[in-house]
Design a protein around this ligand. Structure first.
Ligand code: GLN
Length: 189
């Protein structure tokens, strides 16, 4: 669990509930111990700065290139994206996911909202999704699978091999299916 900033405690609680052994990752030696990594929601600009200050950015990029399974929610999805629209000046991402995301894509009036999403990979019932100053996936490369989109077609959940990203926050709704999918269908696959 990347534990530099954001709501990593909520993710740790879900992962513990599912029986995963978790390591909060703040330094390269901790990153070296994990079979998979979750990057939480929070603020991507801060997470970016901290990852560089903690000398974690480069090891993270290397681990992702080497095929480490990573699940990013919201700011975590931004961190995993190759291209960010509306990034702040100098903002970098780890990359890996061949997508373009737009930060804060829902504007100030609908900063946060909730909706039910059909996600065929997770089956029934629909996933209750909470969006908090969320990004949207504006375009996807050929090797990216779209797992879910809003009714208007805007993409909010993607997978590219071992990389999983959601614009919303399953860690705060009590629905553990995304975390289980990551543990069982991606890390253990
Ligand atoms: N708007 C935040 C960012 O740009 C993401 C918000 C979130 O993670 N809930 O990083």
């Amino acid at each position: 669990m990347l534990a530099l900033q954001g709501d990593y405690r909520e993710h740790l609680a879900v992962l513990a509930e599912l029986g995963a052994r978790t390591v909060p990752v703040r330094r390269p030696s901790e990153l070296a111990q994990v079979d998979g990594l979750v990057i939480p929601g929070g603020e991507s600009t801060v997470m970016d700065k901290l990852s560089r200050q903690f000398d974690l950015a480069e090891p993270l990029v290397d681990a992702i290139s080497a095929g480490l399974p990573v699940y990013g929610t919201c700011a975590g999805l931004i961190m995993l994206s190759n291209t960010v629209v509306d990034a702040i000046e100098g903002q970098q991402t780890l990359g890996g996911l061949d997508v373009v995301v737009r930060r804060n894509a829902f504007g100030s009036q609908v900063d946060s909202f909730e909706t039910d999403l059909d996600i065929p990979a997770l089956g029934e019932p629909p996933v209750h999704a909470v969006f908090i100053r969320a990004p949207i996936v504006e375009s996807t490369g050929p090797s990216v699978d779209v797992l879910s989109a809003l009714d208007d077609g805007r993409v909010v959940a993607v997978q590219q091999g071992p990389l999983l990203g959601t614009a919303f926050h399953p860690e705060i709704t009590g629905d553990v299916r995304f975390h289980r999918y990551f543990l069982d269908r991606i890390i253990a696959a």
